[in-house]
Design a protein around this ligand. Sequence first.
Ligand code: 6PG
Length: 473
Amino acid sequence: MSEAEIGLIGLGTMGANLALNIAEKGHKVAVWNRTASRMKSFQADAGELADNIVACATPEELVAAIRPPRPVILMVPAGDPVDQQIEALRPLFEKGDIIVDGGNANFHDTERRVKELAASGIQLVGMGVSGGEEGARHGPSIMVGADKGAWLRIENILTDIAAKYEGEPCAAWLGTGGAGHFVKTIHNGIEYADMQMIAEIYGILRDGPGLSAGDIGAIFARWNDGRLNSYLIEITAEVLATPDGDNGVPLVDVIQDKAGQKGTGRWSVIEAAMLGVPATCIEAAVAARGLSALKKEREYASRRYPQTPRPPSATSVADLVAELESALLAGKIAAYAQGFAVMQAASAEHGWELPMATIARIWRAGCIIRSQLLDSIAKAYDAKPKTTNLMVAPAFVDMMTALHPALRITVGRAALQGLPTPALSAALAYFDGYRQPRGTANLIQGQRDFFGAHGFEKVGSRGKKHGEWKTAK
Ligand code: 6PG
């Protein structure tokens, strides 16, 4: 009876695809889904992979079907459903069994669950999975936080089902507890910034020279063959080229400009703020989604502040496109630098020792932010694992030196034309702020001391000082 190597609960799109991926790689997987009708349709779709699938009618049957110590992947919605499923499995599990949460969990929940299960000897693995449906079916990027022993029990299955980058599996153990889900959260934060910057560039091309979706799509397709090569640029080109099935107009032109969000971007921003690490590109992207949702308010405000005619751009479209390509790459580097800086700070804070080069490596294939840039990031961290910030890694200094003038011109021109570029502007301000040896916080310190006697350090001397401020009238 105990013939399966692993179990999986939750046959929604991601769960079903992951189960088929596991079966296809030759691992016997026991599956169970709460609704029986979904079990049936899943079995019907499994085709010849059914030989490696043990369909179970109850959680008890599922647990009995797996060879101990039993790993069971939960692919249920993040939040309460995970806690409920853990509660349901707890009495069926024995010491050493392993619950693998494959959803987009908040890492604080993962840490809590690890602690709650500790006394029972049941292991909780927090597994970040990126790559959408396609990735789950044919090779996602897998970010694991776990006790090392639990990782070793499932390592061969996870590396088999993961995406491969030049033969190297994009799955890794990143640390204990919530480390994997934390890294997945930051992955999504970077994903938000990446997508927002792409959307801003699209906006400049659409509302500046007035290019059509098709024309902009062709530009993105061309960029995908160069330095910007990445999954998000590739799919942007495809999204822009797709006609509406109803009337043939570009589909993107008839999609409401209101973006949804499920929470991981916001969590990235919250964690960055709690750690005191600037993640302004991610913040701007999250805020831009929030602003996008205020459709009615924006429409009202647009009537209060009608657009003044935009000054035409002095550059040719060809020059503009070249400039935007560099600006987007510069913005992207700043966003990635911020995401990695947040992970470095979190690693120190939570004692995870997150391996930065490994994270960059397992993001090179399978996940949503996979891109050519990640290979350069992996190399930078390989060369100097303790790199403080990517923007000061030698290869990135060369890149940013060459690219930042284009980002500056792009942001400046967009501002003059009334085109919002929150994430690209944040990237530029971050770059300028980060390389400024003497900033303006001296004045903030003066203000703080003035109204609250908070004290300040004086240049060239140690210890807290106070100023003899004139009283404000
Ligand atoms: C991934 C994606 C995936 C999901 C996002 C979407 O890495 O495969 O990031 O996790 O598509 O959670 O998030 P929003 O709904 O918040 O955009």
